[in-house]
Write a protein that binds this ligand. Structure first.
Ligand code: 9D3
Length: 247
C-alpha cells in the first residue's frame, strides 16, 4: 500500500514514520509514504502558496497552481490512487471507511491549511472528501495521520497477533470491556473474580457482556446501528438487571 500526502508541513509526519507499529510497517516496506510540499512546486521568487479569497473576508486560501503542479507529479507516481481531500465539510471517517481504504493499493491525501482550497480544484481533481469529526483543527495533517494510522493497523502482518484483528471483529461496533493487570488488589479494589478463574468461556462471555453494557450506557446509538444477536441480547439484559439493582 502507498500513501501520498500533499502538505505544506511534511515535518508533521516525522514521528509517525519513525515510531511504533506505523514506523515498523513503513520500515518493512508494507507501506510507503511519500510527502509532497506544494511550496516545492511554486514558480515565483517568494514561493507563494496562498492568496486572498474573492469576495473578501478573513483568512487565505491555498493557491491552485502549486497544488495542480504537485498533483501532476503525484499522479505520475500513483496513477491508480483516488484523491481524498481532508476538510471539515467531508463525510465523517469511520472504521468501515478505514476497512475500505485498507483494500486499496493507495490513497492520495490533500491536507489543507488556511481556510482551504479553491472550489474548482476540488471539482476537477478530488474524488472524495473526509472529515475526522465535528471540531475545528488548524489543517488536514492530523486527520491524514489519524486516517493512515487507522488503515495501516488493518493491513495483514502489521499487528503482532492475528488475534488482535479477529478479536476486533467479534466486538466490532462495541466499546471495549474493562481491563486489569497486576496487582490483584489496589487500594481495596479487586480484579473481577471471573478474570482469575481460568475459565475462558466464562471470561469471554463476561468481556462481551461488559462491552455490551458499556456501549449501552455510554454510546447507545452504536448499539442501534449494530443490532444484537439473541445471545448478545440476553447478555445485555443481564448487565442491565444488575446495573439497575446497583442504582
Ligand atoms: C471560518 C471557518 N473556518 C475556520 C474556523 C473553517 C475551517 C477551515 C479550515 C475550519 C478548519 C480548517 C482546518 N481543518 C481541516 O483542514 C480539517 C479538519 C477539521 O478541522 N476537523 C475535522 N476534520 C478535518 S479534516 C481537515
Amino acid at each position: 500500500m502507498r500513501f501520498d500526502v500533499i502538505t505544506l508541513f511534511p515535518e508533521f509526519f516525522n514521528t509517525f514514520v519513525n515510531t511504533g507499529v506505523t514506523g515498523k510497517a513503513l520500515r518493512n516496506g508494507l507501506v510507503n509514504l511519500s510527502l509532497w510540499n506544494p511550496r516545492n512546486y511554486t514558480k515565483d521568487l517568494h514561493r507563494t502558496v496562498d492568496d486572498r479569497p474573492y469576495g473578501g473576508g478573513p483568512g487565505m486560501l491555498m493557491l491552485v497552481a502549486p497544488l495542480q503542479a504537485t498533483l501532476q507529479a503525484v499522479k505520475s507516481q500513483a496513477p491508480n490512487s483516488p484523491i481524498a481531500y481532508l476538510s471539515p465539510q467531508g463525510q465523517v471517517f469511520t472504521q468501515k471507511i478505514a476497512q475500505n481504504l485498507a483494500q486499496r493499493s493507495g490513497t492520495i491525501f490533500i491536507a489543507g491549511r488556511y481556510e482551504g482550497v479553491d472550489e474548482r480544484l476540488l471539482e476537477r481533481y478530488v474524488d472524495e472528501e473526509w472529515s475526522i469529526g465535528d471540531y475545528v483543527l488548524t489543517g488536514g495533517e492530523i486527520p491524514a495521520l489519524a486516517i493512515m494510522d487507522a488503515v495501516i493497523r488493518l493491513l495483514p502482518g502489521v499487528l503482532g497477533h492475528v488475534a488482535s484483528a479477529i478479536e476486533d471483529s467479534y466486538t466490532d461496533g462495541l466499546l471495549d470491556c474493562p481491563h486489569y493487570t497486576r496487582p490483584e488488589e489496589i487500594e481495596g479494589m479487586q480484579v473481577p473474580k471471573v478474570l482469575l478463574s481460568g475459565n475462558h468461556a466464562a471470561i469471554n462471555e463476561w468481556r462481551l457482556q461488559q462491552a455490551l453494557g458499556r456501549t449501552w450506557l455510554r454510546r447507545p446509538n452504536l448499539l442501534k446501528q449494530r443490532g444484537l444477536s439473541p445471545k448478545e441480547q440476553r447478555l445485555l439484559e443481564g448487565f442491565i438487571s444488575s446495573w439497575t439493582l446497583d442504582k
